[in-house]
Design a protein around this ligand. Structure first.
Ligand code: KG4
Ligand code: ZN
Length: 365
């Protein structure tokens, strides 16, 4: 089954084709993917402007689809089904991909399904060679969400804990902004931190001993105060010392990663599970991966993650999550409804042979 995946929930237009019949080939089913980032468009505003995001998705969807088909040497008629991001995300941005995908599927007489963006992230590490088996604990760390989920199967998710305020990615972005680094902050902080000392400055580990929920807003305030009070932390001039700036970035990254690692270990112990799967933009962070690999080895647990390009927003994860649900007989009807706020534990489970959660209606008649 060749599934076209469309991701338009925020500021990336991502399209990909996943072919279940090529799972054993070197591309592991990912026939091709294209990604257009709107980062430059929003840069002057210091954050994503929703209306501009929607308009840009509309401009890019058709040319990107043509580019993808050419890359894959396929025609539209070769596509068997379409999966689009239905939520959570910016409502206008979601609507562009959903309406485009739903209409294209109608025109082609093939099924379409709306996918939960965070389920896309959660399942992305399963696309690679030797995918981790269920059950596992998933740490979902993106720009909008920080969550620990017990995943017992596709669609069988129990939220163990989540951020009560800022998401980890958001915290990286805000700390980067305070250091005068461009958006998205995560990769830029990580790069600056490479030449810094993780223990140079002491920063808080909020809510470390309180269950599995997270809080990152206190960390944000602490970094703000640290930058304000530390000579050399500025971007230019006499108040800019590259080593001081690198030490601040490294200490911040260390504090966030430390918090994430400790909560992951707690979640594994609480559930008795031995596999941790990390997903979402922040899971691309090398320091987080290294720390988890070494710390989990001490409790005989393993950590699994996707290649960096599949950690941040992309169309491939939506195509793959779509395939998992379509293969189980699920599909949506012709109505298009997007859900800007949507909890991952509200999703229907996927059991092979189960009845469709919404009956697909006959198309092309
Ligand atoms: O999953 P994602 O692409 O988009 C959302 O669904 O939000 O995540 C984007 C977030 C941004 O906050 C970005 O700064 C962060 O992921 N990020 C990173 C790294 N790469 C991306 N954070 C830390 N280290 C990285 N290497
Ligand atoms: Zn995302």
């Amino acid at each position: 089954m060749k599934v076209l995946g469309l991701e338009t929930s925020c500021d990336e237009t991502g399209l990909a084709i996943f072919d279940s019949e090529q799972i054993d080939s070197p591309n592991q089913g990912l026939v091709g993917q294209v990604l257009y980032s709107q980062i430059e468009l929003h840069a002057t505003y210091g954050g994503v402007v929703p209306e501009l995001a929607s308009r840009d998705h509309i401009r890019k969807l058709v040319p990107l689809l043509n580019e993808l088909l050419e890359q894959c040497q396929l025609n539209k008629s070769d596509i068997d089904a379409i999966a689009y991001t239905k939520g959570p995300g910016l409502i206008g941005a979601l609507m562009t991909g959903a309406l485009f995908g739903r209409s294209l599927a109608y025109g082609l007489g093939i099924p379409a399904i709306g996918i939960h963006h965070m389920e896309g992230h959660l399942l992305a590490p399963l696309m690679g060679a030797n995918p981790p088996a269920f059950p596992f604990v998933s740490l979902l760390v993106s720009g909008g969400h920080t969550m620990l989920v017990a995943a017992r199967g596709v669609g069988e998710y129990e939220i163990l804990g989540e951020s009560i305020d800022d998401a980890a990615g958001e915290c990286f972005d805000k700390a980067a902004k305070m250091l005068g680094l461009p958006y998205p902050g995560g990769p830029n902080i990580a790069k600056l931190a490479e030449s810094g000392t993780p223990n140079a400055y002491e920063l808080p580990r909020p809510m470390l001993h309180k269950g599995l929920d997270f809080s990152f807003s206190g960390m944000k305030t602490a970094v703000h105060n640290l930058i304000k009070d530390t000579p050399g932390s500025g971007v230019t001039g006499d108040n800019s010392d590259p080593q001081v700036r690198a030490d601040i970035a490294a200490s911040f990254q260390h504090a966030v990663v430390d918090t994430l690692v400790k909560k992951c270990i707690k979640a594994l112990k609480q559930t008795g599970m031995k596999r941790l799967v990390i997903a979402g933009g922040v899971s691309a962070n090398t320091y987080l991966r290294e720390r988890l690999t070494s710390e989990l080895a001490k409790i005989q647990a393993t950590v699994h993650y996707a290649p960096p390009a599949l950690c941040t927003d992309n169309g491939a994860m939506i195509a793959y999550a779509g395939y998992e649900r379509l293969a189980a007989g699920q599909a949506d009807d012709l109505s298009v409804s997007c859900v800007p706020r949507w909890h991952i534990d509200e999703l229907p489970p996927v059991k092979s042979g189960m009845e469709n959660h919404t009956a697909p209606i006959a198309l092309g008649e």
